[in-house]
Design a binder for this molecule. Sequence first.
Ligand SMILES: [Zn+2]
Ligand SMILES: [Zn+2]
Length: 97
Amino acid sequence: MESIIQKEKKCFFCDSVSGGICGLESHHIFPGSNRKWSEKYGLKVWLCGDEHHRNGPLSVHQNREVANRLKAIGQAKFEETYGTRDDFVRIFGRNYI
Ligand SMILES: [Zn+2]
Ligand SMILES: [Zn+2]
């Protein structure tokens, strides 16, 4: 499913539409066993592939604080769109807010 976090295809953190040297990449906010739920509910964002997705010091896959901030945003959007906090915790396994 398309992202419910962003309407436009641009980096969630810096608004770049080119995505830098690697281009824009789709990031599923909740990884691992929750990746499929991220996909189902559209909880994903576009990020600059190198700088904000995979490699940079502030990229979501290198920086736990950034990842957790994004998870809180994703959970809030879920609660705004689909259901209660209990619903979220039942599906995703824990509360991030
Ligand atoms: Zn990712
Ligand atoms: Zn960026």
